[in-house]
Design a protein around this ligand. Sequence first.
Ligand SMILES: [Zn+2]
Length: 80
Amino acid sequence: MSALPFVPPSCGQAASDRIEIYSSASLDASVYTCPQHTDEVSLTVMAGGLTPHPVRMPPGTTRCCGHVYVYPTGAFGNER
Ligand SMILES: [Zn+2]
């Protein structure tokens, strides 16, 4: 796995939001969060020098709060 500049919550509640995480040039990761953790994760991401962009979860998508998806072509992926 990649070393992310933030620690996602180990929460496990059903996520309501997906926070897209951008570095300067690319979309690098998405973190799924419940309502209690959206702000906290956004702040942590900003503290890491990245830009969070929260979006609502599309209906029918189920993820747990704290789930992280790293884009393989992004700054944290392995395909550079
Ligand atoms: Zn949570």
